[in-house]
Design a protein. Structure first.
Length: 214
């Protein structure tokens, strides 16, 4: 009987020990998922590396027309989600990028300076388009084809209007070119050379430096 009691006590002790051990393990198992959610992504995961392409376009016109030496502020729209190497979307489609066209070599280049995400957060960005060197000689016979449906820079609008006597172009500008008229009233010309940017195809941007999204 003593042997039977000893075995029972040993079994009871084993059960109690197992219960204590299980009670001690269970909370640890439950807290692991919570701890994993505290830091959902590392700072590295929120970074786009230099050289990342941001598909962008200007949605307000089919083309952008400006003088080769003109600077023109414009806001572009991101047309595809931009993801990091892990597949996480960091710049959603519909975000906006503001900057300006600046003369570069024989053409123009868009220089981005501000990223505006879809949640309205803003931050600095350093990105550029390719240099666009497509030019056209605007003449009486083709002027309507070139500037209809276009965003026309103020300096380009002024010289085109002065050359061809057509102030209808200012309806596209909303008056933006009026202040530039004084510098371009130099007498009528038979043709005017302008840079023509395809608003849908020419404006993909490349990050010049890594972008750490906050």
């Amino acid at each position: 009987m003593k042997i039977h009691r000893s075995n029972s006590n040993a079994g009871l002790a084993a059960v109690l020990a197992l219960g204590i051990s299980s009670a001690g393990v269970a909370p640890l198992v439950q807290t692991l998922p919570v701890q994993a959610q505290v830091f959902p992504r590392s700072s590295q995961g929120a970074t786009l590396s230099s050289g990342t392409v941001i598909p962008a376009a200007y949605r307000g016109a089919e083309r952008i027309v400006l003088k080769p030496d003109e600077t023109l502020p414009v806001t572009l729209t991101v047309i595809e989600d931009v993801r990091n190497s892990r597949g996480t979307t960091l710049i959603p489609q519909g975000s906006r990028i503001s900057g300006q066209f600046e003369p570069e070599g024989d053409g123009t280049q868009f220089i981005a300076n501000t990223l505006i995400l879809t949640n309205r957060d803003r931050q600095d960005i350093a990105a550029t388009s390719d240099v666009i060197t497509r030019t056209e000689e605007v003449r009486e016979g083709n002027k309507d084809r070139i500037w209809q449906g276009a965003l026309v820079g103020g300096a380009a609008a002024a010289v085109l209007s002065e050359a061809f006597g057509d102030v209808g172009v200012f309806k596209v500008l909303g008056g933006a070119g009026a202040g530039a008229l004084g510098g371009w009233l130099l007498g009528r010309k038979e043709s005017v050379e302008v840079v023509v940017v395809d608003a849908k195809q020419d404006l993909d941007l490349v990050l010049d430096s890594s972008l750490n999204l906050r």
